[in-house]
Ligand binder design. Structure first.
Ligand SMILES: [Zn+2]
Length: 215
């Protein structure tokens, strides 16, 4: 089958899965492998964390990443740094202009504060992250600042942040090349109270690919 969504990836497809709307997902990505995340229907935020596979006290650091590249947006060429100052992964390609790493993850608490107590029963990205992380023995204190793939958080000249309509569209993707063995964790954002998912959460597709013979 000629699947154009796999174009440009190494030949060896190790995993190809759909992350249903609102669901969590996590998987090992070995050094050198590419993780492609595809926004299947468009305007869907994929909240994202990474932990070093050998020792999960080493994990993604938004602060170190921003400081190292001197820019707040994630684009092709951005190197995603750990709290130990080591490269965890690199964005080797993306068809979206930029991605966010300062907007944070939605939670039940922030939802009730922002949108009212009637949202209390809605699970949020923090609950998805906790659900995935719990399978690896990680808890609330292991939650750190995350990446929001496909989410548009513009920063105005006075420093004001916005959460506005996405700049992503159906079929757009981001490719991450792992620079160490890592556990990637995705919360397919369930948010329905602001436009980050177009008020309609939709599935993501994740593909892990590597060079033949590497695994
Ligand atoms: Zn969310």
């Amino acid at each position: 089958m000629n699947d154009t969504a796999l174009a440009g990836l190494p030949r060896n497809i190790l995993l190809d899965e759909i992350v249903p709307a609102r669901a969590p997902w996590d998987h090992l990505v070995r050094e050198g492998e590419i993780l492609r995340i595809i926004d299947l229907e468009g305007n869907q935020s994929g909240d994202f964390l990474m932990y070093a596979a050998h020792d999960d006290t080493e994990r993604y650091s938004a602060q170190d990443t921003i400081a190292a590249q001197g820019n707040i947006f994630l684009r092709t060429g951005s190197v995603l740094m750990s709290n130990e100052g080591r490269p965890m992964a690199e964005i080797v390609g993306t068809t979206v202009a930029y991605h966010d790493t300062i907007g944070g993850a939605c939670s039940c608490e922030s939802n009730t504060l922002r949108y009212g107590h009637h949202t209390k029963a809605q699970h949020a990205c923090v609950e998805n992250f906790l659900s995935s992380n719990a399978r690896h023995g990680r808890g609330k204190r292991d939650m750190v600042s995350n990446i929001n793939w496909f989410m548009n958080v513009p920063v105005e000249s006075d420093g004001t942040l916005g959460i506005v309509d996405g700049i992503s569209a159906a079929g757009l993707y981001v490719d991450l090349k792992a620079r160490m063995d890592l556990i990637a964790v995705i919360s397919n954002c369930p948010q329905i109270n602001n436009p980050c998912n177009g008020f309609n959460p939709t599935p993501l597709r994740v593909v892990i690919a590597g060079e033949p013979g590497r695994r």
